[in-house]
Design a protein around this ligand. Structure first.
Ligand code: ZN
Length: 140
């Protein structure tokens, strides 16, 4: 579940990075992993950023350290596909961490398409698609 403002942040980053892929972290509470609390854009440091993404490792290390201290947890990773297909590449499939949601944003014709999300339940399991909902935050 993404709030519409979070989706706007991701989409804006994806359009700005085009024709390269953009990437970032999805943070939330460890107990409510399907709800994103914070979107953190991260620099794509992959050598061929039009063909893949690699999160800046210092940012990931920092987020994981925060999680260990009981702060927000890393619930997933998002990245864009400038070719417009929101399906995991062979590299995406290979490098996905178990338990994290991998949100893929297709970019085509100067617009973001419907995102899809995939998650590996356990090591050595295939990525499985999960529902993506974009909506307003429910009133407290
Ligand atoms: Zn990808």
């Amino acid at each position: 579940m993404l709030e519409s403002g979070q989706w706007a942040t991701i989409c804006e980053q994806a359009l700005g990075a085009f024709p390269e892929e953009c990437c970032g972290l999805l943070l939330g509470e460890a107990s409510v992993r399907e709800r994103v609390a914070l979107v953190v854009p991260v620099k794509n440091r992959f050598a061929e950023p039009r063909r893949g993404f690699e999160l800046a490792p210092d940012v990931v290390a920092c987020a994981l350290a925060q999680e260990r201290r009981g702060g927000t947890a890393v619930v997933g990773v998002y990245h864009s596909h400038p070719d417009g297909t929101p399906t995991p590449s062979a590299r995406d499939e290979r490098e996905a961490w178990p338990g994290w949601s991998y949100l893929i944003v297709p970019v085509l014709g100067g617009a973001c398409g419907q995102p899809r999300s995939f998650r590996r339940e356990a090591p050595n399991r295939p990525l499985a698609e999960e529902l993506v909902e974009v909506g307003e935050a429910s009133p407290a």
